[in-house]
Design a protein. Structure first.
Lengths: 526, 226
């Protein structure tokens, strides 16, 4: 049922055909039943009229025969009466009419001698109420009755009964009833009913079929357009509509195809442009590496022999080597960013213990020599399927940022895990940041305080890359900060890639810092 | 004196490499064009080849393959793209190691030293792995009296595994033991060399028996029938 409702809602063809069939069923049923009632009433009425006039003349004749027995000796009463019944028994089985004679209650007191019926019709066929009515009226009365036979129990035939009172010499009053069976009329009516029913069904089927055909003619091309449009939006830009006619549908197909073509051209033009752009960035970064290698080795030689140089040249050699290193970091970061922009960044996952990665980052950055440093990881192992190179980069970035901004107030690294997720939090108690700065925290090349950031030679791309790396894992990177209270960065990663993060293992707002700003960028598109 | 052949189309970088390597006490044969590599290689018989993979003329990977066809000399590639296909191609063509530009002079010298160093034969002079006899002194490998030529890296890799049969080495452990890298995570280097080693020593490289993969961990030396 549910499936049907869904199909119904989704298909105009079904809706229109269905509703036109339902409406025509109702109309045909109403018209048909009115017609049927009128026709059957007419047929019965006709029969009733004929029956009454026939009965009238029959009873007139019978009365005159009965009257005649008084003064004519050649006609005996019994003969006349038996003749009354015999007249109805011309055909032994199907009779045109039956006759019943019944004594009125007044006569019945003395004798019911002449009571009787043709073909053994039960006398009880005539209902008492009808008899009363007949006795009260001089003219013939008619009514629908059901003929019953004493020798055929269970049989009841619809008929019209016409009755009147007759006098039998001497002083006996009887009721005489003529019963006209309606078998023929009923057969006719049922024939008419059958025809009407059949015609109705055929009409409804025709209406349904015609509607279905007409709507299909309109809907099918629409459906085709919808399918092709879906394919186009899925990225299958080469799909086109077949042009089969010159009518409105054909025109629709032509303009639809034109639209698809121009869309395809636009998209491929933009794709080419952006591919060129990305290739350019990547090529530039790579081309720069060869001369940079030469510069680096040359500056190393100058640096190694700085003892032989005068103070200015010696200092220059020092600057040269440190700036070359900075240049190289910048180049590496730039290349990484261009890879993210080109969506060419690939996640190479393997099962690693994140605690080892964090510990390694701490060792490399000599973070444990920072005042107030602590590393809180209660579990022995924090295994997850991750790209260890990227995770190490995130962790190293967050820790070195924390050290740079801690102002000697301490750095706390925490780890937590659940069945499906693992989180690393890096907290410092240094300068922190305000709302305005929080909005730009993850922007490329943005620095909170340009004068102080070059201590460690950060490129300004660190947090942007960290966020991209976290998103690549379908993890989150959240930041909290407050001026002079420090900052807290929390990265949460799924233990298996592809499962979205659903909980906050480490609250980004520190428990000791209620009601403060949280920068939540993790749901943004890259 | 140790001779290093430097193949690089960038003349300035080649010259710089020459200065650095001379300073480190090596003799240097500078080649700027891919076409001259093989002639010079045959004439001078260098102890190590430092090869830039992106060369005009013949490309570095092809040169690498050609040199490897004639000699087991250590080959170190220079590349600007660490994540590119070139690296894997170069390793598959027979390079022992690679360096990503830009590198420090000290890193380069240390790496070359490691590649030139003959692994010290501690303990037994000969090792057995399956039906293979490894002679650590002569640096040769024999199966049924027939010698199997291996590059130095491949030899060291095999020795590392064969010394402790049954021990499972992670790729990181092999990187540190054989290549001398600390905290390195480039597993391509290990994977490619294991493949090459198998293609030389295994009877059926598709179903390796001597060098077995331990899924999700690394590799171990097995023996036929075990």
């Amino acid at each position: 049922m549910k499936r049907f409702t869904r199909r119904w809602r989704k298909s105009i063809l079904l809706q229109v055909t269905g509703s036109s069939v339902i409406i025509s069923i109702i109309v045909i049923a109403v018209v048909g039943s009115v017609l049927y009632t009128k026709i059957s009433a007419g047929i019965y009425h006709e029969k009733a009229n004929a029956a009454v006039s026939e009965a009238q003349s029959l009873s007139d004749y019978t009365q005159s025969q009965l009257d005649a027995t008084r003064y004519r000796t050649d006609i005996s009463l019994t003969k006349v009466i038996s003749g009354i019944f015999k007249a109805s028994e011309v055909s032994p089985t199907t009779s045109v009419r039956e006759t019943i004679m019944l004594a009125t209650p007044a006569t019945a007191k003395s004798s019911t001698l002449y009571q009787g019926s043709s073909h053994q019709v039960a006398l009880s066929t005539i209902p008492e109420a009808f008899r009363v009515k007949v006795r009260k009226n001089f003219f013939s009365q008619s009514q629908r009755v059901k003929i019953q036979y004493t020798n055929r129990p269970g049989v009841a035939i619809d008929a019209i009964a016409v009755g009147r009172v007759v006098g039998i010499p001497v002083n006996s009053i009887y009721e005489i009833y003529y019963l006209f069976p309606l078998t023929q009329q009923q057969q006719l009516i049922s024939l008419i009913r059958g025809w009407m029913f059949g015609t109705g069904i055929i009409l409804i089927l025709m209406i349904g079929l015609i509607t279905w055909y007409v709507i299909r003619k309109v809907v099918l091309p629409v459906r085709e357009v919808a399918e092709i449009a879906e394919k186009l939006s899925e990225g299958d830009l080469g799909r086109r509509l077949a042009i089969r006619s010159e009518d409105e549908m054909g025109r629709l197909a032509i303009s639809f195809n034109e639209m698809a073509l121009s869309m395809q051209q636009q998209i491929s033009r933009l794709e080419n442009l952006s591919r060129l752009q990305q290739r350019f960035v990547s090529d530039v970064s790579h081309e720069l590496r060869t001369p940079l290698t030469t510069i680096r080795m040359a500056s190393q030689i100058l640096y190694d022999s700085r003892g032989l140089l005068d103070p200015a040249a010696s200092r220059s050699a020092e600057l040269l080597i440190s700036q070359t290193e900075r240049f190289e970091t910048l180049l590496t970061d730039l290349l990484e960013v261009s890879r993210f922009d080109a969506r060419a960044a690939i996640l190479e996952t393997k099962d690693v213990d994140l605690k080892i990665i964090v510990q390694r980052a701490i060792d490399t950055l000599q973070a444990n020599e920072v005042a107030g440093f602590s590393f809180v990881a209660p579990d022995n192992e924090y295994h997850a399927l991750v790209d260890d190179r990227r995770i190490e980069r995130i962790v190293r970035n967050l820790i070195s940022n924390a050290i740079d901004h801690s102002e000697g107030q301490g750095v706390v690294i925490t780890m937590a895990q659940s069945e499906h997720e693992v989180a690393i939090g890096v907290r410092d108690f240094g300068i922190g940041f305000n709302d305005r700065e929080a909005d730009r925290l993850f922007d490329r090349f943005w620095r909170a305080d340009p004068s102080r950031s070059r201590v460690r030679g950060g490129t300004g791309l660190g947090l942007a890359i960290a966020l991209d790396d976290a998103k690549l894992h379908q993890g989150t990177l959240k930041a909290w900060g407050r001026p002079k209270h420090g900052a807290h960065f929390v990265v949460t990663l799924p233990k298996n890639p592809g499962i979205p993060i659903s909980s906050e293992l480490i609250a980004v707002v520190p428990s000791d810092e209620p009601s403060t700003i949280v920068t939540d960028i993790d749901n943004e598109e890259i | 004196m140790t001779l290093i052949m430097v193949v690089d189309d960038d003349q300035d970088l080649a010259e710089m490499l020459g200065i650095v390597l001379n300073g480190a006490g090596y003799e240097v044969d500078l080649i700027n064009h891919g076409d001259q590599v093989l002639d010079s290689f045959r004439a001078n018989k260098p102890d190590l080849v430092l090869l830039d993979v992106m060369l005009p003329g013949i490309d570095g990977v092809e040169i690498c393959r050609q040199i490897r066809a004639e000699s087991m000399v250590p080959i170190v590639m220079l590349t600007a793209k660490s994540d590119s296909h070139d690296v894997v191609m170069g390793l598959e063509a027979g390079a022992d190691d690679y360096m990503v530009k830009p590198f420090k002079s000290s890193e380069l010298v240390a790496r070359l030293k490691a590649r030139l160093r003959r692994s010290s034969s501690d303990g037994a002079n000969s090792l057995h792995l399956g039906d293979i006899v490894i002679d650590q002194v002569a640096h040769t490998l024999n199966r049924d009296g027939k010698s199997i030529p291996l590059t130095r890296i491949e030899f060291d890799l095999l020795v590392a595994l064969a010394k402790e049969p049954g021990r499972v080495f992670t790729r990181e452990a092999l990187l540190s033991e054989v290549w001398g890298y600390q905290n390195a995570t480039d597993t391509r280097l290990v994977n490619v060399h294991i493949q090459r080693l198998r293609s030389k020593v295994e009877r059926d490289p598709e179903n390796p028996e001597l060098i077995q993969t331990v899924r999700g961990v690394g590799y171990k030396a097995g023996s036929i029938g075990s």
